[in-house]
Design a protein around this ligand. Structure first.
Ligand code: PLP
Length: 423
């Protein structure tokens, strides 16, 4: 068969883009060579509907072992009693949880998308806002942080069946213990979506949701530095609270409901090549090296935030506890869209983002979101963050000056020249 040069040339072009640029998209990272190798392996050929030891296809002995290793490593990494590694993405992990816990029309309480939440936390353009009845909490306008008393008030008034704690653009640690008090006060199930800070949580750098939340979902490709994918966990199994009984009259366990919600509820065959890559990433995450990496991610984010504040950039909440920050650009007289486009011209990749109480549309926005997971994988340290802020500032203050953007691009390419792409 003829090699498909058209696609391979594009893959090469993307590799060059990744190599030469500064990657600040908070949800991205660079996986190791062995994670990449597993993701491109012969396991992509295998159908394996079902779970290890209980498949609907023959020939699953090898993938059974792979999937079990992924589950066991994730359990060790997060201290979980239950793990499902099959969700194809973070969104599908959340879909499965809603499917297991809710009936269409049920009320859910999530973090407002425009304040930092995710589409799957009840946005009207997403299944979560179409199938369920969403209400939202957000950050305080003055401080940019969550006010747990207000979340309690909303929960008491709205009586949701599920509360989602977690975000895509919130730079502060989340008090899962407090969220559990709120959930218990209204009899709601508490879901933590730790897609963004999962790597930091795995290494004990941020609050651990597992002891407090009924269910925890995550993506595997952000700070966790695995392949693109999702995962569902529980610190401990529990009887489902909605009275669905087994034939023998006992209540079905939530683990069983979650497994059924993933397959056959929402997905067919699991991606065993990706599950193998997840297993490798979890193995890497269990090392001390990964702890040092996560500590550096946080230190870099802190250094970047401080340098931005020193240049009069308005970071929502004033700083960061994790790997990311959300910047309100309104005092800089540039929209998120224009900032993103100018940064891309200078080979700096970031994404425009709504800021809390934004007066611009989601296509324009007043903010940008920055994260340090990817640049830290490339070996950059605090001094580099300060240098990057200089470059960002040059771009933002000259966002419509092509010559300046070209000059910054040359500096970006020089900075990244000797930095390996993969660990
Ligand atoms: N949940 C949160 C908090 C996220 O930030 C994201 C992705 O950005 C997701 C879920 C969805 O993940 P995916 O893009 O894999 O569907």
């Amino acid at each position: 068969m003829q090699r498909d040069e058209q696609i391979f040339e594009l893959i090469e072009a993307e590799k060059e883009r990744q190599l030469h640029g500064i990657e600040l998209i908070a949800s991205e990272n660079f996986v190791s060579n062995q994670v990449m190798e597993a993701a491109g392996s012969v396991l992509t050929n295998k159908y394996a509907e079902g779970y290890p030891g209980k498949r609907y296809y023959g020939g699953c002995e090898v993938v059974d072992e792979v999937e079990q290793i992924a589950i066991d490593r994730a359990k060790t990494l997060f201290g979980a009693a239950y793990v499902n590694v099959q969700p194809h993405s973070g969104s599908q992990a959340n879909t499965a949880v809603y499917h297991a816990c809710l009936t269409p029309g049920d009320k859910i309480l999530g973090f407002d998308l425009s304040h930092g939440g995710h589409l799957t936390h009840g946005s009207p353009v997403n299944f979560s806002g179409k199938l369920y009845d969403p209400v939202f909490y957000g950050v305080e306008q003055e401080t940019g942080v969550l006010n747990y008393d207000k979340i309690q008030e909303i929960a008491t008034k709205e009586q949701p069946k599920l509360i989602i704690a977690g975000a895509s653009a919130y730079s502060r640690d989340i008090d899962f213990e407090r969220f559990r008090v709120i959930a218990d006060s209204v009899g709601a199930i508490l879901l933590a979506d730790i897609s963004h800070p999962a790597g930091l949580i795995a290494k004990g750098i941020l609050n651990d949701p597992l002891p407090h939340c009924h269910i925890v979902t995550t993506t595997t490709h952000k700070t966790l530095r695995g392949p693109r994918g999702g995962m569902i966990m529980m610190g401990q199994d529990f009887d489902n609270p909605f009275g669905i009984t087994l034939k023998n009259g006992s209540l079905r366990k939530m683990s069983s409901l979650l497994d059924s919600a993933v397959f056959p509820g929402n997905q067919g065959g699991p991606l065993e090549h990706i599950i193998a890559a997840k297993a490798i990433a979890f193995g890497e995450a269990l090392t001390d090296e990964f702890l040092h990496y996560q500590l550096q991610v946080k230190q870099n984010a802190n250094a970047m935030a401080n340098a931005l504040v020193a240049k009069d950039y308005h970071i929502i909440s004033g700083g960061t506890d994790n790997h990311m920050m959300l910047i309100d650009l309104r005092n800089k007289n540039v929209s998120g869209k224009d900032a993103e486009q100018a940064l891309v011209k200078a080979d700096i990749t970031a994404n425009k983002n709504m800021v809390p109480f934004d007066d611009k549309s989601p296509f324009v926005t007043s903010g940008i979101r920055l994260g340090t997971a990817a640049v830290t994988t490339r070996g950059l340290k605090e001094d580099d963050m300060i240098a990057i802020v200089e470059l960002i500032d040059e771009v933002i203050t000259n966002f419509d000056d092509e010559a300046t953007l070209e000059a910054v691009k040359a500096k970006v390419n020089a900075m990244m020249k000797d930095k390996p792409l993969f660990v």
